[in-house]
Design a protein around this ligand. Structure first.
Ligand SMILES: C[S@@+](CC[C@H](N)C(=O)[O-])C[C@H]1O[C@@H](n2cnc3c(N)ncnc32)[C@H](O)[C@@H]1O
Length: 310
């Protein structure tokens, strides 16, 4: 079993989510006669995220052992959001809506981290911001268990985890306008061109983020792959729901894209300076995770982006 989340999937041909084999209590709601509820337009949309479009992850390492299993057994009841499932064990039933006030027992700004990995960033941010609530969205079971271990060790009451496919969390689970920030840090890059379609941040993703953010809310992104960074920037820039908070900033020699092009470490080497810019400074609320560290060691450049919901 891999002990780290899928960072750079190399064999995505098997990238399908598990079929509806979840335990009975995780399956889609059923009518009184035991038959599954009819497929609704909403559920069709959710199914589309699994069937019509590829998901952005490969399920692997779903079994837990030792202390992680113990942490999951002892604390998932209180720290993991209990989501009714639909068509797969990381799906979200389209009729389920998350109630943050009931979950946290208070009203506070909600920050959602998508693909929270081992939980380092979200746990650190929750410690630094006791006045905010945090929801860590992740599909990788050992990562979620490690996040729970960290939440318990730090005695945090302002973090919950949810094991779910992020587009479904954004499209139906979270109420519209209920989130103050959405963070997507180091999503799986799917850097081979034949796999680019699996990238999470694409044109269809921006409306989902826009849906959950309050007006003025912030969408923060970070990546260590220059082609994905350019794609993220184009997605945010093209959306009429968002304004780039650093439009035109860090061009030419100041630009991380110029730096990546000069090094040629993850793209074709070129001396073309980036004339567009639009890159944010490093978000100081983002702790250095093992993924970012690996990127530094490999000589890749880090890109930050920040978009404000109009
Ligand atoms: C490269 S890791 C980065 C983890 C973390 N953000 C960090 O910086 O350390 C990307 C994570 O996104 C998760 N992921 C990928 N697609 C997802 C999806 N559709 N829904 C939820 N999590 C997803 C993966 O399981 C993986 O843990």
């Amino acid at each position: 079993m891999s002990e780290t989340p899928a960072s750079v999937p190399e064999s995505p041909a098997t990238a399908t989510d598990a079929p509806a084999t979840a335990p009975a209590d995780q399956r889609a709601p059923r009518s009184q006669d035991g038959t599954a509820r009819p497929v609704t337009p909403g559920s069709q949309a959710a199914e589309g995220t699994y069937r019509a479009q590829p998901v952005s992850f490969v399920r692997r390492g779903t079994r837990l052992q030792g202390r992680r299993q113990q942490a999951w057994d002892d604390h998932s009841d209180t720290l993991a959001v209990d989501v009714p499932r639909h068509i797969a064990d990381t799906s979200v039933h389209p009729e389920y809506v998350f109630d943050a006030e009931a979950e946290f027992g208070r009203t506070a700004p909600l920050v959602v981290e998508i693909g929270s990995g081992l939980g380092d960033a979200v746990v650190h941010a929750a410690m630094e911001n006791p006045d905010k609530d945090f929801l860590a969205v992740e599909v990788y079971t050992p990562g979620l268990a490690q996040t729970i271990q960290k939440i318990v060790a730090k005695q945090l009451t302002n973090v919950r985890v949810v094991q779910a496919n992020a587009p479904e969390v954004l499209s139906t689970m979270l109420p519209p306008g209920s989130v103050s920030q959405v963070w997507v840090f180091f999503p799986d890059p799917w850097h081979k061109s034949k796999h680019n379609k699996r990238r999470m941040v694409k044109d269809t993703f921006a409306p989902l983020v826009a849906r959950v953010l309050v007006p003025g809310g912030i969408w923060r992104l970070a990546t260590d792959w220059s082609t994905y960074a350019e794609q993220m920037q184009q997605v945010g820039q093209a959306s009429t729901d968002f304004t780039n908070m650093h439009d035109g900033e860090r061009t030419g020699a100041e630009s991380p894209l110029t730096e990546a092009r000069l090094s040629g470490v993850d793209c074709e080497q070129s001396e073309d300076p980036d004339a567009v810019g639009g890159w944010a400074p490093r978000f100081d609320g983002r702790i250095l995770t093992s993924f970012e560290n690996k990127a530094h060691k490999a000589g890749r450049v880090i890109f930050d982006l920040a978009f404000r919901r109009n």
